[in-house]
Design a protein around this ligand. Structure first.
Ligand code: ADP
Ligand code: MG
Length: 247
């Protein structure tokens, strides 16, 4: 298995949000993606899961099928008013086994119940999703990842607007995923969380500022550079010619 970025450039209206990024993710490990707002973090995750197309370069996902990848978008991008129950939403994590509109088998239902139990939502199965707090909703999304049983798990700011107890419980799940040999890549903003749970960090500022062991990456000089590089790209920045020169 190999998860790598090969000279990846991704743009919106030709303004690059991720610029000439190259490197390899540690397999079976947890990597934090760190950087200021607008640094290209969400753009990178969306490109990795195939929702955005690169302008140049590529994301290499060797030895992984689509169903091996789980993705949790930023909360602001999720419609929480869905008229579905907790069980319905968690069961969508079984899509690759049951077929989109297939009837859920008894074994699937048991896995959904187990996952709800593991995220501390025992007894919530029939609850409408729209009636959950944001912490409970995030637990449901983690339960969905549990039933999907994915080998690569991409999380975009999973703990924003989530209470401390829920954050702790879900970070413990991340620890377990790591122990199980899964690869976790998560956009985070909290140093302590990164230091405690994520041995590797990719620091972004529209380009890769630093990538490696968390302790080596998260220093003042690198963080300052990430902020500067992010701020120096603005909407009137030159469009990107894919040969690496600004036009
Ligand atoms: P981050 O997740 O690090 O905050 P994003 O990847 O969301 O950053 O965005 C990177 C840059 O791309 C920002 O300047 C943002 O305004 C721009 N951007 C993001 N999405 C779009 C879009 N759909 N259309 C145009 N520009 C976008
Ligand atoms: Mg983002």
């Amino acid at each position: 298995m190999k998860i790598a970025l090969n000279n990846l450039t991704v743009s919106y209206q030709r303004h690059p949000a991720v610029h000439h990024a190259s490197g390899e993710f540690a397999i079976g490990e947890a990597t934090a993606i760190f950087g200021p707002n607008g640094a290209g973090k969400s753009t990178l995750l969306k490109t990795m899961m195939g929702a955005l197309k690169p302008d140049a370069g590529s994301v290499q996902l060797s030895g992984l099928a689509v169903c091996d990848m789980a993705y949790l978008p930023q909360q602001s991008e999720i419609d929480r008013s869905l008229p579905v129950s907790v069980t319905d939403l968690v069961a969508t994590g079984l899509w690759h086994e049951s077929g989109a509109f297939g009837r859920m088998r008894r074994s699937g239902l048991i896995r959904v119940e187990e996952a709800l139990h593991q995220v501390g939502l025992h007894g919530f199965a029939a609850r409408p999703v729209s009636a959950l707090s944001s912490g409970q909703f995030q637990r449901v999304l983690f339960a969905r990842i549990l039933v999907q049983d994915a080998r690569l798990i991409l999380l975009d700011e999973p703990f924003n607007a989530v209470d401390a107890k829920t954050t702790f419980d879900l970070l413990e799940l991340v620890r377990r995923w790591k122990e199980e040999g899964r690869t976790v890549i998560a956009v985070l903003h909290d140093y302590e969380q990164v230091r405690a749970y994520f041995p590797y960090t990719l620091l972004m500022g529209r380009e890769i500022i630093a990538w490696g062991k968390t302790d080596a990456v998260l220093n003042d000089a690198n963080l300052r550079r990430a902020v500067e590089r992010t701020a120096s790209w603005h909407d009137s920045a030159p469009v990107c010619r894919t040969d690496g020169e600004a036009a």
